[in-house]
Design a protein around this ligand. Sequence first.
Ligand SMILES: CC(C)(COP(=O)(O)OP(=O)(O)OC[C@H]1O[C@@H](n2cnc3c(N)ncnc32)[C@H](O)[C@@H]1OP(=O)(O)O)[C@@H](O)C(=O)NCCC(=O)NCCS
Length: 177
Amino acid sequence: MSTPFTNQSYALGNGDSYLIRPIQANDKERIIGLFNHLSPESRYLRFAHAISKLPDDFLEDILHLDYETEMALVAVIHPQTESEEIIGISRYVTPPNQSICEFSLSVSDSYTTHGIGTHLMLDLISHAKKNGLLEMVGYVLSGNSKMLHLVSDLGFKAFTIHDDPDFKTVSLSLSEE
Ligand SMILES: CC(C)(COP(=O)(O)OP(=O)(O)OC[C@H]1O[C@@H](n2cnc3c(N)ncnc32)[C@H](O)[C@@H]1OP(=O)(O)O)[C@@H](O)C(=O)NCCC(=O)NCCS
């Protein structure tokens, strides 16, 4: 089911560029580095509660993906050098025996509004389509207007969760029309 991913390079603006590639098992310190560069507000928007340290089981899961049902893409600057740094991550997980995947997304506060979140989502969507998944969903805090705007630009539709007004469900069909 899993398909090879072609690493993509994108311009950052100031002459620099970043690369989007699948996460690797040796990215642990770089993932912790990204988390440490997220403001308390961004951590809350991503995890829907205040956390000061990445849970060990989260790190374990994300560094050892089951590529049949999951994918995590990272945006990196200075790839394959000692100063390689992860500046954003997108991920989906798929519950057993389902064709609907659930995404999450974070971009380092120092690198927002350069299109990195959009590119991470576009590459993630493309990978999910190649893997035969039929729908991508996400749960976004209702007050997270930036994220709601970003996914709306990508064609996601937003729905109110009736018994939980704090969140919206966003959904994108991945089947070709
Ligand atoms: C929400 C989040 C992922 C957005 O990431 P990002 O990299 O800033 O996203 P983008 O740059 O692709 O798009 C954001 C805005 O920048 C604008 N933008 C895109 N490329 C740009 C560029 N080259 N120059 C200037 N602005 C640009 C986009 O138009 C967009 O604005 P709009 O929403 O008004 O249209 C990031 O702010 C984040 O990590 N937030 C905290 C965690 C979170 O909320 N996660 C979502 C929970 S699932």
